[in-house]
Design a binder for this molecule. Structure first.
Ligand code: GAP
Length: 457
């Protein structure tokens, strides 16, 4: 195993990632023409492709590759009792302090201890208010009346939609313990501090899987899921020395957790949580039994109808946070020539080909002499299996740079020789190597290259 790095040594900065994301249509500020909306971001043409591919990789890993894990897409709006039962109404809070002088607002646990104890603002030195609890759930009203009876919450985690459906799924799909339910969807938190681009936002997406086990089998299962989630990132081609485990101490554990480990990633701003693996015990199903009055016990028909409330092992990853991780992980800058020109340098996103928003770009060397038509024809042929792009404007070197910056792993160039002997140039993003390939072999060659892809830098 690669040992984790001490500090970030990569080429990315949050400024560079944010600016590239906007320039190339990965992510835009929400409502930008009105000055932007804090904590919300829009995913552009390349961003939605990347996000969908990350979600697809996770979904395949967590459902398709397991015989006993099924999917769900539950509603964002849930009965408000759900959040009383889950403990979120009471416990899902951050400690908040305000500066009386500069009016800045802070999460108390993010202020240096000495400043907090002396109630001194870390920004301006003014006086701080007492710490108060601030609930992170967004509250709204359902129906026309804005009274307490109409209060409804935007879900702060997708997990509860799974718990309230667990019996439905046992019945409809004849699931037997141990089994899992996976879900990808939006979650909302009224975060006090939103910074670092899409790292911590008020509206985000989660990829969560809840695994139901017999009490007593939970600890072994918890360790098993830790191993699997680690191996998943390795398979995705993530730099493994940028990942490490962090076990939650007693003061960090969520109200539902008996044990919890975060997978942290070394972002340009330092080590931060990417995903959590939690042993949630029988807390959630026990509380739903209590609050709904419904029996949430599992009946083990293979074992004399033994009844118990299952323990739950949860793997919970941020999808939008994974997008940021993959962007940072892929980001590279390198000198490709030394002629003293600006374009001696290239910015390249070294996405794994299965995650790249565009898999292959087709570029005619010239627009004339039938090359554009031939290139379009090749693109049409590849479209069925790959996400493609077509670019005929500007010098070929510039076009390669544009594709490098979008993270396109393969470019196909159509030139005069293509008309004569039916071959095209296949260019590899990472090595910039170019080879000639007969057109008829392109699809098979790409398939092979994707399957055997190994990141070289
Ligand atoms: N169901 C358990 C749960 O929600 P969590 O540690 O609060 O646990 C899980 O969140 C993951 O969701 C985090 O590891 C992170 O990737 C993502 N996440 C949480 N809050 C987020 C936010 N405000 N913005 C973006 N992603 C967030």
């Amino acid at each position: 195993m690669d040992s984790p790095l001490d500090e970030y040594t990569g080429k990315a900065t949050m400024e560079k990632i944010t600016s590239l994301a906007k320039r190339r249509g990965f992510v835009f500020q929400s409502s930008e023409i009105y000055g932007g909306q804090n904590g919300a971001w829009d995913y552009g043409p390349l961003g939605i492709e990347l996000k969908n591919r990350i979600a697809g990789a996770w979904w395949k890993e967590m459902t398709q590759l397991h015989d006993n894990i099924v999917g769900l897409d539950a509603a964002i709006l849930m009965h408000p009792r759900t959040w009383e039962a889950s403990g979120h109404v009471e416990n899902f809070t951050d400690p908040l302090v305000d500066c009386k002088q500069c009016k800045s607002r802070f999460r108390a646990d993010m202020i240096p201890e000495d400043k907090l104890a002396a109630k001194i603002c870390p920004d301006c030195g003014g006086g701080l208010t007492d710490t108060r609890k601030f609930n992170l759930m967004f509250k709204t009203n359902i129906g026309p009346a804005e009274d307490t009876a109409s209060i409804i919450y935007l879900r702060p985690e997708t997990a509860q939609g799974i718990y309230v459906n667990y019996k439905n799924i046992i019945q409809s799909n004849r699931m037997k313990i141990p089994f899992g339910i996976a879900q990808i969807g939006k979650a909302f938190r009224n975060e006090i501090v939103t910074k670092n681009f899409i790292f911590r936002t008020c509206e985000f997406e989660q990829m969560e899987m809840q695994y139901f086990v017999k009490p007593g089998a939970d600890e072994e299962c918890f360790n098993e899921w830790r191993k699997r989630r680690w191996a998943y990132y390795e398979k995705l081609g993530v730099k493994m020395d940028h990942l490490r485990w962090h076990q939650h101490g007693p003061d960090e554990l969520a109200h539902y957790a008996k044990d919890a480990y975060d997978i942290q990633y070394l972002f340009p701003m330092g080590w931060r949580e990417l995903e959590g693996v939690h042993n949630r015990t029988d807390y959630d199903l026990g509380r739903h039994t209590q609050y709904s009055g419904k029996d949430m016990q599992y009946i083990d028909q293979d074992n004399n109808n033994e009844r118990y409330i299952p323990y739950i092992i949860e793997t919970s990853a941020g999808l939008t946070r994974n997008v940021l991780m993959i962007l940072c992980d892929a980001y590279d800058e390198e000198q490709v020539a030394d002629k003293g020109n600006d374009d001696d340098w290239r910015t390249v996103l070294r996405f794994h080909p299965t995650l790249a928003p565009i898999t292959v770009a087709v570029l005619p060397l010239m627009k004339k002499d039938g090359l554009a038509e031939l290139a379009q024809d090749i693109r049409t042929e590849l479209k069925e299996d790959y996400s493609t792009d077509y670019d005929q404007s500007g010098a070929i070197g510039r076009r390669y740079r544009r594709q490098d910056e979008a993270g396109t792993p393969f470019c196909i160039t159509v030139d005069y020789q293509s008309k004569e002997d039916g071959t095209v140039t296949l260019r590899f993003r990472d090595s910039m190597e170019q080879i000639r390939v007969p057109r008829a072999e392109l699809a098979a060659r790409l398939k092979q290259e994707i399957k055997t892809y190994k990141r070289i830098k």
